[in-house]
Design a protein around this ligand. Structure first.
Ligand SMILES: [Zn+2]
Length: 207
């Protein structure tokens, strides 16, 4: 199956970034998806011939973690909807994220084995991300919360500094290291996030 070429119907201010593979949340078959930027939010859109269109809002937040030694589900059927690593404990991390009570999101332990990319062929003890109230989800806040949780639980294993390297914001590294709350960090990030989206867009377009 190929992606329906219906880009004409999409608003003009939306910018296409890349194609990817994903999975239909209803019938679980592998379908095509595309990553787009709109209103400074990066999201994954996918279309199933039978079940219609879905949007994965999580991409922008999970994307923050891609430069680290954490798998964000690339090489699996549900990229950006799960994350993990061989050194991680999915149950503990899911519990810590649930305790943070992020609006619209729940977390479940979920192991996976990427067929390509980081940790190819290795079992990642991961966390699956479940969306409830889509309107309430703040994807960037999610990415930062994950970075904070992993930074605290795995100070030697998780490359927290690479999360922030993407944003070029050493002030944030200091805040993370000094134990600032994710909410506090999000508030200080707005301009850096805008810059990040610009940089990321260039990188993906010219790669
Ligand atoms: Zn389907």
């Amino acid at each position: 199956m190929t992606m329906t070429p219906d880009r004409q119907k999409v608003d003009r201010d939306e910018v296409f970034l890349e194609y990817t593979k994903s999975i239909c949340p209803v019938c679980k078959t592998v379908i095509d998806g595309e990553v787009n930027v709109k209103d400074n939010r990066v999201f994954l859109r996918k279309r199933c011939a039978e079940h219609g269109q879905f949007e994965a809002l999580l991409y922008s937040g999970i994307g923050l973690l891609e430069a680290t030694n954490l798998s964000v589900g690339r090489g699996t059927e549900t990229p950006f909807e799960q994350f993990g690593a061989p050194w991680m404990d999915g149950e503990k991390v899911a519990a810590a994220l649930n305790a943070a009570q992020l609006p619209g999101l729940k977390f479940v332990p979920q192991s996976f084995v990427p067929v390509s990319g980081l940790y190819m062929g290795r079992r990642c003890n991961g966390v699956g991300i479940r969306i409830g109230d889509r309107a309430a989800v703040r994807a960037m806040r999610l990415g930062i919360q994950i970075a904070v949780v992993l930074g605290k639980m795995y100070p030697r294993d998780f490359q927290v500094e690479k999360t922030i390297a993407l944003l070029g914001n050493s002030e944030t590294v200091q805040k993370l290291e000094s134990g600032a709350s994710p909410a506090e960090i999000v508030a200080s990030w707005q301009s850096a996030l805008n810059e990040f989206e610009q940089t990321r867009r260039k990188y993906l377009l010219y790669k």
